[in-house]
Design a protein around this ligand. Structure first.
Ligand code: SAM
Length: 210
């Protein structure tokens, strides 16, 4: 089962959550307000809860995902939200400096380090000067607490294959700092949050293209 099919199966079950923890983007309202006249990219938008919230707040957001089922859910949630189907590991199909904000909620952790480095470079490229990359990624703590010892196979450093075929990268503040070397990091910290009823650990932050 490839990544698109996996997410198709998951969204087919009707995942839908707009709990306060899921709406972590609200903390960064000031950054969004600064970029009100720019475009926003929601990368790996899933059910579109963040993109639809941004659209409701009258931001010019495009919701993107590898899963056509996820984008169908976004369209059902709000048909006015523009959606785009693509695999972010194959590149970001936009000219340079297209966006004031690239927003990623738990969506950039599926790739090899080589592909992750390229993805972060591409995010940098599609941001305008002064633009913000606002992200939440899996913390390595999450691996220790929920995944280690459960028949996962190490593919490469910090990157594991689960028995169900899911590949997942876990990040630390240090590994994020390295990946964000071309940005000015404005905030970067580990935190915990509730996701579909479970306590999860993430690294969250904001990096600016300078
Ligand atoms: C954990 S969900 C997060 C969804 C949403 N951002 C949220 O916070 O609820 C990860 C999302 O990333 C998408 N995704 C996974 N691999 C992708 C890829 N290579 N290109 C684009 N989207 C991808 C999945 O389809 C899924 O919607």
């Amino acid at each position: 089962m490839d990544e698109a099919e996996r997410w198709l199966a998951r969204f087919g079950k009707g995942l839908n959550d707009s709990s306060p923890d899921k709406m972590w983007n609200v903390k960064y309202a000031d950054y969004f307000e600064q970029k009100r006249s720019s475009k926003i990219l929601d990368l790996g938008c899933g059910d579109g809860v963040h993109a639809c919230y941004m659209h409701d707040k009258r931001y010019n957001v495009t919701a993107c995902d590898i899963s056509s089922t996820a984008l169908k859910v976004v369209n059902e949630r709000n048909p006015a939200v523009p959606t785009l189907l693509f695999d972010m590991a194959q590149g970001l199909p936009f000219p340079g400096e297209s966006f004031g904000i690239v927003f990623s909620s738990l969506s950039v952790h599926y790739f090899t380090m080589s592909d992750t480095i390229t993805l972060f470079e591409n995010i940098h490229t599609v941001l305008e000067m002064g633009g913000y990359f606002i992200f939440k990624v899996n913390s390595y703590k999450e691996y220790y607490l929920t995944t280690k010892g459960k028949n996962t196979t190490r593919i490469e450093e910090d990157y594991f294959l689960s028995p169900n075929g899911e590949k997942r990268r876990y990040f630390t503040v240090d590994s994020m700092e390295k990946l964000l070397a071309r940005f000015s990091v404005l905030s970067l910290a580990e935190n915990d949050f509730t996701y579909h009823g479970k306590t999860k650990y993430s690294i969250e932050g904001v990096a600016q293209k300078i």
